[in-house]
Design a protein around this ligand. Sequence first.
Ligand code: SAM
Length: 319
Amino acid sequence: MGYIDQLPPSAKIDKIIQLHNEKQTWINQDKKGFLRYRRPSEALQEFSATTVNCSLDAVKIGAEHEISPHDRQTIESHLRTFCPWRKGPFSIFGIDVDSEWQSQRKWQRVLPKLPDLKNKVVADIGCSNGYYMFRMVPYQPKLVIGLEPSVQHYYCFKGLNGMAGQANLEIDLLGVEHLPLFPECFDVLFLMGVIYHRSSPVDTLRDVFCALKNGGTLILESQAIPGTSETALFPEKTYAKVPGTYFVPTGHCLKNWLLRAGFSDVELFCQHPMSSMEQRRTEWMEFESYSDFIDPLEPAKTIEGYPAPDRVFLRGWKK
Ligand SMILES: C[S@@+](CC[C@H](N)C(=O)[O-])C[C@H]1O[C@@H](n2cnc3c(N)ncnc32)[C@H](O)[C@@H]1O
């Protein structure tokens, strides 16, 4: 965890190290649930890519000619242990990983409002396999720390970056609830696809606010219900079949949450309906996807009868 040296003195370093060590002890147990990801992740880290290109829609790690056909088969079988692949696409030594999400679309929507990342300390909270962290590389951040509590995604990122060798990208098995350990630590913070999973979203946004340095910027992306009212939907059990969904706000409601959490100059800069162009079943994610979550007879409704989701993008500043 080289990132510790790059945090300001305000960070609760002792506690972060303690938690990090506890998590490492936990995942280093020789239990099936950890070994199924740890082994392929370590095997992937044995390969080193000469060509890395994070500017393409499909993050390119290695070219086909860099390895033998035998090694390519080995790499592909290790990559497949991380199925279902949610975020991507990636091209790894010529292997096209067609993930469930066309994540480049989300990144393209963020780009017009992307803060300056050069030499900045950036956090990506709920970073999954690190797709967006890789996409930040061309903007030369000093450091991007991904916080991601899922062991599967953690090891997937480790495998990918073991091959890609991007020294300024790091991940830790922590969650958004650990942000109070990072007061005034980040110049830029990304919170994408997370806020509707929080039971107290405004408290989470206050934690995000505290974790930013003065002058820092938040990029917030969320599922939302359509409309201009200042309301949030609170589903009984699931929303679009996803359990663990709490408040699904309108874009305007989310803007109000940000203002109430202390952010300034908040702007809702993009809103669009979700579609199965963006999230769909693929060979690398064979389970149900967006089209299964929507009422087939009434596509403006989820399968539960709620308004079908939009996605919204907001930017706010700590001043
Ligand atoms: C819907 S995905 C969004 C992934 C990515 N940020 C994106 O926008 O495409 C939610 C991510 O948050 C992670 N997550 C789950 N609980 C979390 C927590 N307590 N703190 C941070 N991330 C969490 C999940 O494992 C998953 O990778």
